[in-house]
Design a protein around this ligand. Structure first.
Ligand SMILES: C[S@@+](CC[C@H](N)C(=O)[O-])C[C@H]1O[C@@H](n2cnc3c(N)ncnc32)[C@H](O)[C@@H]1O
Length: 254
């Protein structure tokens, strides 16, 4: 999983707080004692589920993320990569994948595998970023443009593997996996982040923006940092950035 390798600490400081905006909703909509969280990252969802008394298993493809999940839910984390999960059919009452299917090489195969381990009548909850630019992304993109950042080739999936980055697209993945969609909507929240933490994520190589930043010359990186700090100063209030965020969200029944 090279995209996530070596970025776990920077992710925890930065974009993990963005992804946490949907966690309570996923937990509320996937009742059932045995919960599997796939692509568990820092273990934030697994930890909240365990604190609520649920029996949790957390898996992630990246070893550093597995170590973080293990620290969050000791004895409950293991390495595993979609589309191959080391569990029997129908093992879990609830399965969550928070901002994961938008990162895998074969989203349809990934959701089929998530469906396979969800018991009949159980719930699978999925989130993905909508295709339109996010507020934080626009802020960074404007600063990068002002700094003369050279775009790096995107990592888009081949059209036959990709899915529409929307509620309908996510719903299609669940339906293709033979599940009945019981809830499909966009979730909206405000991402509150310390500008320094956002900077830690970008400079630490997290996500497309981080990879783009690290691919620049030293001079361009310095200009990008200057521009972003300037943009953030204009946008932040009392030292905090408050940015609208949105996610495509689907809950499906096994
Ligand atoms: C955006 S992070 C989300 C982490 C976590 N779900 C959260 O809400 O903070 C995406 C996570 O998916 C993991 N991941 C990427 N590809 C994966 C795959 N094929 N199988 C399992 N996990 C994967 C990454 O290592 C990373 O931890």
């Amino acid at each position: 999983m090279p995209r996530w390798s070596g970025v776990a600490d920077a992710y925890r400081e930065s974009f993990a707080t963005l992804c946490s905006g949907t966690v309570e909703r996923l937990l509320a909509d996937t009742t059932g004692r045995r919960l599997l969280d796939v692509g568990s990252g820092t273990g934030q969802l697994a930890a909240r589920a365990a604190a609520a008394g649920r029996s949790v298993v957390a898996v992630d493809a990246d070893p550093d993320m597995v170590a973080m999940s293990e620290a969050a839910v000791p004895g409950r984390s293991l390495p595993a990569a979609l589309p191959d999960l080391p569990f029997a059919d129908d093992t879990f009452d609830a399965v969550t994948a928070n901002f994961v299917v938008n990162h895998v090489a074969d989203p349809r195969a990934a959701v089929r595998e998530l469906a396979r381990v969800t018991r009949p009548g159980g719930r699978l909850a999925l989130t993905a970023w909508p295709g339109r630019p996010a507020a934080w992304g626009a802020l960074v993109a404007d600063a990068f443009t002002a700094a003369g950042v050279v775009p790096v080739p995107g990592e888009r999936l081949a059209p036959d593997l990709d899915f529409e980055r929307s509620v309908a697209g996510l719903q299609g993945l669940a339906e293709d996996a033979g599940m009945e969609v019981v809830l499909a909507e966009e979730l909206h929240w405000t991402w509150e982040i310390d500008p320094e933490a956002l900077w830690t994520g970008i400079a630490g190589g997290v996500a497309g923006v981080g990879r783009t930043f690290l691919a620049q010359t030293e001079a361009t990186r310095a200009a990008a940092e200057r521009e972003l700090r300037r943009a953030v100063r204009r946008r932040a209030t009392e030292g905090v950035l408050r940015l609208p965020a949105a996610a495509a969200y689907v809950v499906a029944a096994g």
